[in-house]
Ligand binder design. Structure first.
Ligand SMILES: *Cc1c(COP(=O)(O)O)cnc(C)c1O
Length: 490
């Protein structure tokens, strides 16, 4: 097995090279040349394993240069900071299972990959003989930034610089980032939205002069965004782990088909579910849930991706995205590995702001995926409704997924068991959750939400108010280059 680019499948890289590099030379995304051979029966042995052991066994299939023992040590480290022994926890709410992916140190699902990536990356650098420092640039709509900072904090051979949209993150997300400790970290607000910050970083990645300058300082650019294969791979694990746990909890029979609903922004999380299905997990429909920024819903339903539309700032900010990077990997698979077609669509998106896939790809897309959007009022009503009915608190992202899952069941008459992915702790978005529950939002949101519901504020969030703010810079998009230049020289 080697790694190819979605835009050129004659490219040949090792897994370690793909992870160390992040983005392929031609701007495409790295993918394994073929899926590993695997017998799903093997998963029955997973029932007795810890989450970290499950992760090592699955990741080893995709990483030929890593031994399973090496990965077990790496994964044990990565998943030691979670506040629940299950790490990725399956709970039952009403008729559905929810997969809680927010028991990590920053309380959103990004920890599932970003606690592992720094270790994967440093091991990959050693394997490729790279001795320069990896200068990680991150654009974030909130959760990726803090999870990357937490994961890369004081990791040798790395430094990480995060850019977030000035008005596009929650109060907790902003405090988590601006108070994060670690000598090798930086964070800066950008005057613009997530797509502005992301395109600012893409411009910097393509800046040959800056690259040369960095190289002279013994540094090189790398990425911790979900374009990096090292982000997608750890996410495949929890879908297989959830399948094993659902069987253990008698929610499913072995081999019985279940559907998965994922609140989606950059298409990374749902893409991992698609790979879990390709590996043999008995997954039926993959439900792609959008918020008011419904570019993916329109794409899946029409075959036309069109980013020329208004951008909305919503109560589920981590899904406020118009350019969904990881869709490119799904297009590659659904077009029978047609890297020329993918390259062409991505070029059209860049120049014209839209593209349309052919009928064959559209049919395959709709066979695998169902898509619907959930507006702001419905998101809030869902939070209130589920609290009233089941005393279960949904964060706004998960509420979008929850609502879309119910809509699908009613519309399709499909009663297969449903796994809804719960992507963040409600305390990360306590202001929005409180207001959804009809409460005022004066004073400390997290304490108020805890007092109202009896749920506990996660310890690291409760402590945020007492922490010192270390980073206050806010720049225009065209000033990001200067920030990176100074950060790299530090
Ligand atoms: C990042 C994020 C999402 C969207 O995930 P993608 O992989 O970008 O589709 C959804 N919910 C939360 C809480 C997130 O942090």
């Amino acid at each position: 097995m080697h790694y190819i680019s979605t835009r050129d499948n004659t490219l040949k890289r090792t897994a370690a090279q793909a992870i160390a590099q992040g983005l392929a030379d031609d701007g495409g995304l790295f993918l394994p040349s073929q899926l590993p051979n695997f017998t799903p029966e093997h998963w029955q042995t997973f029932a007795q394993m810890t989450y970290a052991q499950r992760a090592a066994n699955i990741m080893a299939l995709f990483l030929p240069e890593f031994s399973c023992e090496e990965l077990e040590i790496l994964c044990a480290k990565a998943y030691s900071n979670f506040n629940d022994p299950a790490v990725a926890k399956v709970v039952t709410v009403g008729d559905d299972c929810l997969l809680e992916l927010w028991h990590g140190p920053t309380h959103a699902f990004k920890d599932m990959a970003l606690q592992a990536l720094p270790h994967l990356l440093t091991a990959s650098l050693r394997k490729t003989g790279e001795t320069r420092t990896a200068c990680i640039l991150v654009a974030t709509s909130g959760d990726t930034g803090i999870a990357a900072m937490n994961g890369f904090r004081d990791v040798d051979g790395t430094k990480a610089m995060v850019f977030y949209p000035q008005d596009g993150v929650s109060a907790v997300q902003q405090l988590q980032m601006t108070t994060q400790e670690g000598e090798n970290l930086g964070v800066c607000a950008v005057k613009g939205n997530f797509d502005d910050a992301q395109s600012g970083i893409k411009t910097i990645f393509a800046d040959k002069e800056l690259q040369a300058q960095l190289s002279a300082q013994n540094c090189f650019f790398s990425s911790a965004n979900s374009i990096n294969w090292g982000r997608v791979l750890p996410q495949i694990v929890y879908y297989i782990s959830a399948y094993v746990d659902m069987v253990e909890q008698d929610k499913l029979k072995i081999g019985e088909t279940f559907n998965i609903c994922v609140p989606t922004g950059n298409f990374g999380n749902i893409l991992a579910a698609y790979y879990a299905k390709q590996l043999g997990a008995p997954i039926g429909k993959l439900l792609c849930a959008s918020n008011q920024n419904d570019v993916l819903t329109d794409f899946i339903n029409s075959g036309t991706y069109d980013k020329r539309r208004d951008f909305y700032t919503t109560v589920s900010p981590s899904m406020d995205i118009l350019i969904s990077s990881n869709l490119e990997r799904a297009l590659y698979a659904l077009s029978n590995n047609d890297s020329k077609a993918v390259k062409n669509w991505m070029a059209q998106l860049k120049t014209n702001g839209h593209y349309t896939v052919n009928d064959d790809v559209k049919a395959k897309l709709q066979e695998q995926f169902y898509a619907a959007a959930c507006d702001e009022a419905t998101t809030k009503a869902t939070i209130a409704d589920i609290w009233a009915r089941y005393q279960y608190l949904l964060d706004p992202h998960t509420a979008v997924g929850y609502n879309v899952a119910q809509g699908y069941k009613a519309e399709a008459g499909d009663n297969a068991p449903m796994l809804i992915v719960s992507t963040a702790s409600p305390f990360k978005f306590a202001g929005a959750v409180l207001s959804a529950l009809g409460e005022g939002t004066d004073g400390n949101h997290e304490q108020a939400l805890a007092a109202l519901t009896g749920w506990q504020v996660p310890e690291s969030i409760a402590k945020l108010a007492d922490k010192k703010i270390r980073f206050t810079e806010c720049v225009a998009v065209n000033e990001m280059r200067g920030v990176v230049e100074r950060f790299a020289a530090m």
